[in-house]
Design a binder for this molecule. Sequence first.
Ligand SMILES: Nc1ncnc2c1ncn2[C@@H]1O[C@H](COP(=O)(O)OP(=O)(O)OP(=O)(O)O)[C@@H](O)[C@H]1O
Ligand SMILES: [Mg+2]
Length: 223
Amino acid sequence: MRGLLVTGTDTGVGKTEVSVALVAGWRARGLDVAAMKPAQSGVVAGEPSDADRLRRAAGEVDPPELVCPYSLRAPLAPAVAARLEGVEISLERVLACAAELSRRHAALLVEGAGGLLVPLTPRETYADLAVALGLPVLVVARAGLGTVNHTALTCEALRTRGLAVAGVVLNRTSAGADPSEPWNAAEIERLSGVRVLADLPHEPDPVRRAALLADRLVPAVQF
Ligand SMILES: Nc1ncnc2c1ncn2[C@@H]1O[C@H](COP(=O)(O)OP(=O)(O)OP(=O)(O)O)[C@@H](O)[C@H]1O
Ligand SMILES: [Mg+2]
């Protein structure tokens, strides 16, 4: 399987923003890439979910249930939200959807949920999913204080599982500078030996943000 799994150091760090920008940007430059969100939780009726946004970025050519086989209401880890709804997420079903999307397209981008060790099923985390898919992993992290520790921990967890780390993307979900920002990329590279591929600015306007992120990310992220 060719593609990328996008994880984060936490929930809300910008995985969807980065994923949508990459998928739309790659497609605009001629790469036939599909997008997948194996499980999403905290889905609110009437608001576009991560899967809706990814599917739109990927041209809405694949059925929603292939792009996101598990959509859950409670804003909890997918395995926990599923248990509350009496659903058991099956890794085999997720892998079958990913395989079908890979058959239909040249490449596949998979967005995780929260961070790497979030439980996807009663037995497996997103790290196990990455191993099963055999995809390199892109780590989206905060730009500010705390990110060196969170990012190094995530990279270490990837390495111990033999997973290829595609790189780190630093992102600014909130406005305002943090005194650690000028130092964090170099510290992450020194500690974890992983390259920081992009250092994204805060951009409140969604249209400008989409274009800016794609311009920064598409040349920087390879798989
Ligand atoms: N560079 C940025 N500038 C301004 N706002 C941003 C930026 N990146 C992300 N955001 C905002 O931060 C919020 C979280 O981003 P996003 O939904 O991509 O996070 P996530 O990691 O996918 O979260 P989840 O774990 O829920 O999937 C969103 O409201 C998004 O619009
Ligand atoms: Mg998301």
